[in-house]
Ligand binder design. Structure first.
Ligand SMILES: C[S@@+](CC[C@H](N)C(=O)[O-])C[C@H]1O[C@@H](n2cnc3c(N)ncnc32)[C@H](O)[C@@H]1O
Length: 246
């Protein structure tokens, strides 16, 4: 789809209801899939993989855990889980069929599998999962509260979930700086890799619609989780949040 820099200003309107956001995401990530791995490495200045390793390292030791990686994309976190929990079973789920196909093609682990599913309506039974992960996942949920409720539903009592994502400051001036930084930096990479600035610049808009850090933590608590730990990276731009179903 041919898009220009002016279209950057319209993205917010395309994701302002759960249905619109789900449709936008499926279209958007289908277009982004083929060069997604290059884009994440470039946009994070090569840091993405080490953040994902920290995410998996933050999980508790469990002998044979059932793990679900939400919005798995091309499978990075699922593979790290497969390696750390050799006796576990890992399922990576993603809305976008092209992402799931790429992840399955990269898969060298006997204990990792992938499926096409919406993170707000998964197929897992109640209280059946030991660990849930998500990198750049919940921010993409069509409805954040529903996404958290789904994590709560599928986790066993006492089960942990770890999420790595951009984090929004509570201060309006910081939010504005962060928004335009992401819009320009990610828009640039969308243009370089796809000839389409709206690809990846979407990160700024999805974060704009995401709650600031304290409100996000409050929502997590209200959903029935305890906060286990929160670590910030990159001047507070990213957060690694570990939570536990009470
Ligand atoms: C920024 S990518 C992150 C991919 C991967 N977790 C990573 O860190 O490399 C966001 C992913 O969310 C997926 N996604 C968007 N909406 C979703 C939904 N409702 N349910 C499941 N996955 C979704 C997209 O298809 C995309 O693969």
């Amino acid at each position: 789809m041919r898009r220009n820099w002016l279209d950057l200003l319209q993205i917010g309107k395309e994701i302002d209801t759960p249905d619109k956001k789900r449709r936008f995401n499926e279209r958007h990530f289908t277009e982004a899939a083929s060069r997604y791995d290059i884009a994440t490495r470039a946009m994070s200045l090569g840091r993405d993989q080490s953040w994902k390793k920290e995410l998996v390292a933050a999980l508790p030791e469990i002998d044979e855990p059932l793990c679900v990686d939400l919005a798995c994309g091309t499978g990075d976190v699922a593979f790290l889980l497969g390696s750390r929990f050799a006796r576990g079973r890992i399922t990576g789920i993603d809305l976008t069929a092209d992402m799931v196909t790429l992840a399955a093609r990269r898969n060298r682990f006997h204990n990792v599998r992938f499926a096409c599913q919406d993170m707000t309506e998964t197929s897992f039974a109640d209280a059946s999962i030991d660990l849930v992960t998500g990198s750049y996942a919940l921010r993409n949920a069509p409805d954040l509260a529903k996404g958290l409720q789904e994590v709560h539903r599928i986790l066993k009592p006492g089960g942990d979930a770890a999420f790595l994502d951009f984090s929004k400051s509570g201060r309006p001036e910081m939010q504005a700086i962060q928004y335009w930084l992401l819009k320009c930096w990610c828009g640039l990479w969308g243009t370089v890799l796809h000839g389409n600035p709206t690809i990846h610049a979407y990160i700024a808009d999805s974060l704009e619609q995401f709650p600031p850090r304290d409100d996000y933590h409050e929502l997590v608590r209200r959903t029935g989780f305890d906060l286990v730990s929160s670590r910030l990276f990159y001047f507070g731009m990213l957060e690694l949040l570990v939570i536990r179903k009470t």
